[in-house]
Design a protein around this ligand. Structure first.
Ligand SMILES: [Zn+2]
Length: 460
């Protein structure tokens, strides 16, 4: 099937032109003014913006947690993502301590395979690095197409690895051309503060925030950067939230080290005053927690300075009933919030429309950099001849409001209820097929493909 998109303003990370786009089968065939060809379907994009499909490299779908699961499964989550212009996600496989990495891969595949509407990949979270798991790394980078390995410096006793394991894993991952992603917060300090607040009877969601002060993230980010520098392994800090942590990364650049940084849309737009709303604050209980308005400014600046390369979501929704598991104890509130559907529109409305970032920067941080850093460029993350025809068409002027009544995520509240946005996703193509049009999803679960990723070079 062929599609001709006429007269759109096509934006990539480094170009901006009004042109036609000709797509045949799954890929882009031609870009140019007044293309003379006929196609099976024609889309008039006059006055609209045409972007590459968004890539959200940080989501948790159908994730087991405390006897329950995050409420979006691979079908509802990737469909909601498509409605918001995100055509591909990277989810996390979590190794169970004591078990192999391959056992975890099989478990995650049993939930994801044939269930995705949009394209997907995985990061492999290594929670127990030992002689057996060391031998598995090469298989992931060379055969499975999974080239990034997540580590946790927090969640003591469940997911956390110590620095000895971290350095060993870095050496192994570097050897096979992979990259380490890290949740960089000081797990011992947080563990102490949680216990202290509970002892003092301080149990509301506010104390989730107060148990993870900025210094816990700044300290761990610096330590991680130092270990990455020592081993020479490419490093990527997920969901960086604050000034202190970004300063650690900035310091690393002074010795010509590149540490990749991801922030998430909520850290750019929401702040910690939301935790003062009694238990309602549980909606935003996530780790790291929301920070202060000064941190938001630091992150926007970091994007423009090239220190922050990616804006993701850490989408990990739980319904209100599930959040209530922690009604009497903040440490039992499932961590995470829904955002997969709104990242692209929020970032457009609050970033581009309000003049904080350029259109090219928008594409770079939401589409291109995730593809480059995680070994999928130029197949994904741009609009070029030969690239997958993952295309998003936005009406830059249409206003709309976010609400749990109209969103497509499987969760009964919104973190942005009532917020008005300017700019709406109208049409989305995934590998040459119309996925979203007229507010309907036209593809089914099973269309989404597992994308094998290449080795990473540690530079973009
Ligand atoms: Zn996460």
């Amino acid at each position: 099937m062929s599609i001709l998109i006429k007269n759109g303003r096509i934006i990539t990370a480094d170009a901006d032109q009004v042109a036609d786009l000709y797509i045949n089968d799954e890929t882009v065939q031609a870009i140019g003014k007044d293309l003379p060809w006929k196609a099976d379907k024609e889309i008039d994009a006059t006055g609209k913006l045409v972007f590459p499909g968004g890539i959200d490299p940080h989501v948790h779908l159908d994730m087991p947690f405390m006897g329950t699961f995050s409420s979006d499964n691979y079908e509802t989550g990737t469909r909601a993502a498509l409605f918001g212009g995100t055509t591909m996600v990277i989810d996390f496989i979590l190794q169970k301590q004591g078990n192999s990495l391959h056992a975890a891969l099989e478990e995650w595949r049993s939930r994801s395979d044939n269930n995705c509407v949009g394209d997907y990949s995985f990061h492999m979270a290594v929670t127990d690095f030992n002689e057996n798991t060391r031998k598995e790394i090469k298989d992931f980078t060379d055969k499975e197409g999974i080239t990034s390995f997540k580590t946790f410096m927090a969640y003591k006793g469940a997911l956390m690895i110590d620095d000895r394991q971290m350095v060993g894993l870095m050496e192994e991952v570097k050897k096979w051309g992979g990259l380490i992603n890290v949740h960089a917060t000081n797990g011992d300090m947080i563990d102490y503060l949680i216990a202290k607040h509970k002892d003092e009877g301080k149990l509301s969601p506010l104390y989730h925030y107060l148990s993870q002060p900025e210094v816990t993230e700044a300290e761990a980010s610096e330590r991680f950067a130092d270990m990455a520098y020592y081993t020479g392994c490419p490093g990527y800090i997920v969901h960086l939230t604050c000034e202190g942590a970004l300063n650690a990364v900035r310091n690393a650049t002074r010795r010509n080290q590149k540490v990749f940084v991801e922030t998430c849309i909520q850290y750019l737009l929401l702040d910690a005053t939301l935790y003062e709303k009694d238990f309602d604050g549980a909606k935003w209980v996530m780790s790291p927690p929301l920070r202060q308005t000064k941190d938001q400014e630091t992150l926007w600046a970091g994007i423009n300075q090239g220190l922050v390369q990616v804006v993701a979501t850490d989408h990990c929704p739980f319904k209100w009933e599930q959040k209530k598991m922690g009604e009497k104890d903040f440490s039992k509130i499932p961590n995470g919030h829904p955002a997969i559907e709104h990242r692209m529109e929020l970032l457009y409305s609050e970033g581009v429309n309000k003049g904080r970032i350029t259109l090219n920067k928008y594409v770079e941080i939401a589409c291109t950099n995730p593809a480059k850093i995680f070994g999928m460029f130029p197949r994904k993350g741009t609009i070029a001849v030969g690239s997958d025809a993952d295309i998003v068409i936005i009406d830059p002027n249409e206003k709309h409001r976010i609400s749990s009544k109209t969103h497509h995520m499987n969760v009964d509240y919104s973190a942005y209820e009532g917020r008005e946005l300017t700019g709406k996703v109208k049409t989305v193509l995934l590998r040459g097929k119309v996925a979203i049009e007229n507010n309907h999803c036209h593809i089914d679960k099973g269309y989404g493909k597992f994308i094998k990723r290449n080795k990473v070079e540690g530079k973009i």
